[in-house]
Design a protein around this ligand. Structure first.
Ligand SMILES: Nc1ncnc2c1ncn2[C@@H]1O[C@H](COP(=O)(O)OP(=O)(O)OP(=O)(O)O)[C@@H](O)[C@H]1O
Ligand SMILES: [Mg+2]
Length: 224
């Protein structure tokens, strides 16, 4: 499993380099780690995740995935890297509303040219949604939709899972279930899980805690 190494990551918007939403953030994420990113609203957590996951480009600084410097890749290569080696989970689930649950899960398989085999049924079973193949996303509860989103993020076997506030819209019971699922599924297969969250109880599960305050990385282990 590849490491992610980021160096002096800095992001500003437009012509305001003095207003840095992320400022000189460096670190290393080892393959297979569970990394939790915490910090107040607006501190830069999503910005950091988006830069590490190739959804956004830094104004300055580098991200390396294994021995690949992301800045050397054109848009198409970055898309390919994301599609094959990464999975994304968001607060608002982001399932495709016009596709059934099963078709949502088929999407990453077909985009990567992978056979379906028994994978769709297997993954629905793993996330506790056996038998819901033909349901539409809006027929599922929030917790159920997020479990479909987890299956969709993992089904094609990516190395890196990025989860941005995956429990932000869930009640405590569903939040705990989603966290336990994500942690368990990633650990059993040695995947790297990078999660931004306000849920302090997740911190105890992390191998590494990144605390961000006003766009800067606070020393490891320090409270937000
Ligand atoms: N497109 C943009 N243009 C200008 N500023 C932006 C843009 N996107 C984000 N920002 C700013 O960057 C800062 C960091 O935002 P970010 O979304 O990374 O915070 P966050 O820690 O994820 O917050 P939350 O916990 O609310 O999700 C914020 O001040 C935000 O307003
Ligand atoms: Mg955010």
């Amino acid at each position: 499993m590849a490491d992610i190494v980021f160096d002096a990551l800095t992001r500003w918007y437009g012509d305001t380099p003095q207003r840095r939403v992320l400022d000189d953030v460096s670190g290393q994420i080892r393959g297979g780690e569970f990394v939790v990113v915490v910090g107040r609203s607006g501190s830069g957590k999503s910005t950091l995740l988006n830069l590490l996951g190739g959804l956004d480009l830094p104004s300055r600084g580098t991200v390396r995935i294994g021995d690949v410097d992301m800045a050397t890749l054109n848009d198409r290569r970055i898309t390919e890297l994301r599609r094959a080696r990464m999975g994304f989970i968001f607060q608002s689930y982001n399932l495709i509303p016009t596709l059934s649950v099963a078709d949502n899960l088929r999407l990453p398989l077909s985009l990567n040219g992978l056979p379906e085999d028994n994978r769709v049924a297997e993954w629905l079973d793993r996330v506790g949604l056996d038998g819901r193949q033909e349901a539409w996303p809006d027929q599922l509860s929030g917790g159920e939709q997020q479990r479909v989103a987890i299956a969709r993020a993992l089904i094609h076997g990516p190395e890196f899972i990025f989860a941005d506030e995956p429990t932000g819209n869930l009640d405590l019971d569903n939040a705990e279930r989603v966290i336990a699922l994500l942690d368990g599924l990633c650990r059993e297969s040695g995947r790297t899980l990078i999660m931004a969250t306000h849920a302090r109880e997740v911190v105890g599960l992390a191998d590494q805690l990144l605390t961000i305050r006003d766009g800067r990385l606070v020393d490891a282990g320090a409270a937000a």
